[in-house]
Design a protein around this ligand. Structure first.
Ligand SMILES: C[S@@+](CC[C@H](N)C(=O)[O-])C[C@H]1O[C@@H](n2cnc3c(N)ncnc32)[C@H](O)[C@@H]1O
Length: 378
């Protein structure tokens, strides 16, 4: 199984019963699943309160499975500079956390309401020495941070994540509040997110900040970064990259065929109006009902350097989006208006504009909720 398949299998199974999750772990493999969860745990562990580094042994336990495999130990080093992790046990651990692999997979990737820590045990080397409660050793807060990550108790906001992962969505731009407003209903869902524009342009090592930010924000999400340049160095569990040109419909269709149904598209690519329109026209039909299509940096719609213009030209990205507003009311036109039907008339459910940023919701719009029967009389 490749990495996106492992992620999809784990997330989907965690949305079902514990038996589904156990079966998925069998397909992926116990050590492979433990490695995947170790990476996830490390990525979700917040270290701002950590002053001194400490190592913790985490044992992924399979004993509740009918055909139990050996427990898999991993070592986490939690320090002020972040978290590193490696396979294997510590010779003389200060703390050992043990938890059932299936339960942990469900806590990390299942709906928040299904989280559990019933199988977890924590062993402390200094547990019997009362002095440690007045002067805790560094391993205490290290364990506490790891468990907060496992239990979803640390839920950072998007502005903080943009700063941490180096996305300009908060800083040069101020998009994060609008994103939180529209993405909140998706945060606990097993979403597929596609962002056009990984960042860093021709430098294969540069960029990727927003992909890591979305991965952390959508804890059950699978994130695809699309760029005209090869950005495969930014691949990691739950983050995949694809080379495609947003001005080329065939390239985008291939991409959508490979990914399958999409919940969210974010266009932060070339920002050239014709490319924005091409990408929207090709990928919006591939969105799931209820999905969102986001276009960033709409200021470029007015800038000649991006083939933009100030007038109401439908070839500019803002001009194109304004026409979608007309489509929202497609059922209200008098028959004499002669407006040709557009493919998006019945599939755009709502539009939300913020400065330089637009959200287009995919939802059936038959127009029957309106007062269209009065139209011929006006
Ligand atoms: C503004 S950066 C993306 C920043 C990133 N999304 C973030 O928030 O950190 C734009 C990226 O779009 C890519 N790009 C430019 N033209 C493109 C095209 N026609 N198709 C796909 N990607 C393109 C560039 O290579 C560049 O890496």
């Amino acid at each position: 199984m490749d990495s996106p398949q492992v992620a999809r299998t784990l997330v989907d199974s965690a949305g079902g019963t514990a038996a589904h999750t156990r079966e998925a772990i069998r397909q992926i493999g116990v050590p492979e699943t433990a490695a995947f969860l170790a990476d996830e745990l490390a990525g979700r562990t917040e270290t701002v309160t950590i002053r001194h580094a400490a190592e913790v042994q985490f044992v992924f336990d399979d004993r509740y499975a009918p055909d139990a495999a050996d427990p898999v130990p991993w070592t986490f080093r939690v320090g002020p500079e972040g978290v590193t992790h490696r396979a294997g046990a510590l010779p003389d651990p200060g703390a050992v956390v043990t938890q059932d692999l299936t339960e942990l997979a469900r806590s990390l990737y299942g709906p928040a309401a299904d989280r559990s820590d019933a199988t977890r045990t924590v062993w402390w080397r200094d547990h019997d020495d009362p002095r440690v409660y007045f002067d805790p050793p560094p391993v205490f807060p290290a364990v506490e941070r790891l468990l907060a990550a496992a239990d979803g108790r640390d839920v950072p906001g998007l502005a903080g994540l943009a700063l941490r992962h180096g996305s300009d969505k908060w800083g040069i731009h101020t998009y994060t509040a609008a994103y939180e407003q529209h993405f909140a209903p998706f945060r606990d869902r097993a979403v597929t997110v596609v962002e056009i524009g990984v960042g860093g342009y021709d430098d294969p090592a540069a960029g990727g900040g927003s992909l890591r930010m979305w991965k952390r924000y959508f804890r059950r999400g699978l994130v695809y970064g699309v760029d005209i340049a090869d950005k495969s160095r930014h691949r990691e569990p739950r983050v995949h990259t694809v080379v495609a040109d947003q001005s080329d419909p065939a390239s985008l269709r291939d991409l959508a065929d490979a990914i399958g149904p999409i919940d969210i598209v974010i266009d932060d690519g070339s920002h050239i109006s014709a490319h924005v329109v091409t990408a929207f026209s090709t990928l919006f039909p591939r969105l799931n009902p209820g999905g969102l299509y986001v276009v960033e940096d709409l200021q470029t719609s007015y800038w000649p350097a991006f083939q933009g213009a100030y007038d109401d030209d439908t070839r500019t990205s803002v001009g194109f989006l304004k026409r979608l507003v007309d489509g929202l009311h497609h059922a209200e036109y008098p028959s004499r208006a002669g407006r040709p039907a557009q493919p998006t008339d019945r599939t755009v459910g709502s539009l939300h504009f913020h400065p330089n940023l637009a959200f287009v919701e995919k939802r059936a719009n038959s127009g029957h909720g309106g007062i269209s029967r009065l139209r011929e009389a006006t």
